[in-house]
Design a protein around this ligand. Structure first.
Ligand code: AMP
Length: 537
């Protein structure tokens, strides 16, 4: 067989050649834009030309700090196709972490949305490698800013060459993108995606037994483009000629419902928090969402009650999948086998609330205390994965050896697997808190609290939350001398300047002692049970 390189260049080329009339619908702060793939392909070439004029060359990192919109999509292709590396930055990280990852990735140019400029202004004094900022605005002029030098995206495009030629010598193993994942302790860890990995992952997104993305779809990508490449939907969508709908900044459940109705969206993707919000909206307003063939849900476990309400009350099928930043992300997909379709609804629901079976192309093993676990739905072990779209290390990071060894990614997720191969996540090896699909490190919060002069011990645990899925609650044991003098507000005010707003615990509980394991570690499971009733009441 021929060894032709699997690169992103062929994806955009295919959209331009075969689907020039198909559209990208993009909401920005001001309005809804509609571009054909013919236009998007030309704008993408112009962006690549502009970046090369700004000095971006092969392997340079170009960062994006942006919502989901057409300019971000253009960056998704222009940067990798010109041989550079697309670094999508999570806008919800703290300024300290954002500065860290920009410096660690060595971003040369940053593309930023106008409303996110203040975040970069805070980081700018720390940034060591950034040579230019491009503002992705609809306005003719860039807003007043201390960032320098700044360029207006559309002006750069106007002056650029529409016939720009992408380099022909891209290697499929060249880096195309990168994304940082929050670590349980310390700084975020970077994952590099290769062209080959992204192309093969996109094929997997098109399989009939996974998300089945196709030309016939109108795909609303709610999951942020800074979260694992929006689960690969923009790449697969462009390649397959799918109509993409990008919801832009600060969207609400109402706006999502309106977009689904107006654009006749067939598939949409996001974390459970988003869908809980949409359910609430559907209960309050009246929308025609009959165009939807599926809601793709992942990032944390989809609650059974939510799946049931969508399916039984609103007749919207639910697609449950599992993955992580290190896995591009698609790894498991909960699609029933033909003979399982004959089970009762409740039994089917039980199966579909699991994370599913392994996606073709990947390999899996589950390692328990005594080696590989039995497929009995009971024995627990750590899920390990390998395959062409699974990372093999963290980018320039000593912590790689903890997760990557013996040729496998050790996911840190504790799972069971049943006789049919359906995997269920039962817990995490680390007690990280998931809030609105984002991670909060309990250990970082604990360490900060325990640095306060009045605090003897502190443990932070997740409690379930209706809207955000989980929220942090801090349990604090005060030193004797401070017992009557220290307030909850004082400790919260102490944390606020150190963390992003959404990291701050919802509650601080003062306890006499924190339950411990036999080796003196905090027994978080017991602590969760102990506090749950107090917080949830
Ligand atoms: P991230 O790298 O931020 O995408 O987070 C990946 C982690 O999210 C995984 O290691 C799991 O712990 C969790 N996760 C992802 N999808 C699911 C799911 N469908 N059900 C339960 N947990 C999930």
């Amino acid at each position: 067989m021929m060894q032709t390189p699997l690169t992103l260049t062929q994806m955009m080329k295919r959209a331009e050649q075969f689907f020039p009339k198909k559209q990208v619908v993009s909401r920005t702060a001001n309005r809804i834009h509609r571009f054909t793939y013919k236009q998007i392909a030309e704008r993408t070439r112009r962006l690549a030309d502009s970046l090369s004029k700004l000095g971006v060359t092969k392997s340079d990192k170009v960062g994006t700090l942006a919502w989901n919109h057409h300019r971000h999509l253009e960056a998704y292709f222009a940067i990798p196709c010109m041989g550079a590396v697309l670094h999508t930055i999570n806008i919800r990280l703290s300024p300290q972490h954002i500065s860290y990852i920009i410096n660690h990735a060595e971003d040369k140019v940053l593309l930023v949305d106008p409303d996110l400029i203040p975040i970069l202004e805070q980081c700018a004094p720390e940034l060591k490698t950034v040579q230019a900022y491009i503002i992705m605005t609809d306005e003719d002029d860039v807003p007043e800013t201390t960032l320098s030098p700044v360029y207006q995206y559309e002006k750069l495009l106007q002056e650029a060459n529409p016939e720009y030629q992408y380099p022909k010598d891209l290697n499929e193993n060249d880096p195309a993108g990168m994304c940082y994942t929050s670590a349980t302790t310390g700084n975020p860890k970077g994952v590099i995606y290769t062209h080959r990995g992204i192309v093969l992952h996109s094929l997997a997104m098109g399989l009939a037994d996974t998300a089945a993305i196709s030309e016939k779809d109108v795909a609303l990508t709610v999951v942020p483009m800074f979260h694992v490449n929006a689960w690969g939907m923009p790449f697969a969508g462009v390649w397959f000629g799918t109509t993409l709908v990008l919801p832009g900044p600060n969207f609400t459940p109402k706006l999502l419902a309106q977009l689904i109705e107006q654009e006749r969206v067939t598939i949409t993707s996001g974390v459970p928090t988003i869908w809980l919000g949409l359910l609430k909206e559907l209960e309050e307003g009246s929308y025609d969402l009959s165009s939807l063939r599926g809601i793709l849900c992942g990032g944390s476990a989809a609650p059974k009650g939510m799946i049931k309400t969508f399916e039984q009350k609103y007749k919207i099928p639910f697609l449950h999948a599992y993955g992580m930043t290190e896995t591009s992300p698609l790894a498991l997909f909960s699609s029933l086998k033909s003979y399982q379709e004959e089970l009762d609804y409740e039994d089917r629901l039980e199966l579909r609330a699991k994370q599913g079976i392994l996606v073709p192309g990947l390999e899996m093993k589950i390692i328990g205390q005594n080696g590989e676990v039995t497929w009995n739905g009971k024995e627990m072990g750590e899920l390990c994965l390998r395959g062409p779209w699974i990372a093999s290390e963290y980018y320039k990071d000593d912590r790689s050896k903890d997760a990557f060894h013996d040729g496998w990614l050790h996911t840190g997720d504790v799972v069971t697997i049943d006789e049919e191969g359906f995997v269920k996540i039962v817990d995490r090896t680390k007690d990280v808190i998931k809030s609105g699909g984002e991670w909060i490190s309990s250990v970082d919060l604990e360490n900060a609290l325990m640095a306060h002069e009045a605090v003897f011990e502190a443990a932070v645990v997740a409690v379930p939350h209706e809207r955000w899925q989980e929220r942090p609650v801090a349990c604090v044991v005060l030193k004797e001398a401070y017992k009557d003098k220290t307030t909850k507000e004082e400790l919260l005010d102490y944390l606020k300047p150190q963390f992003a707003k959404w990291w701050i615990p919802d509650e601080i509980l003062f306890l006499e002692a924190i339950p411990k394991t036999s080796v003196g570690k905090f027994l978080k499971m017991a602590l969760r049970e102990q506090i749950q009733n107090e917080v949830l009441k």
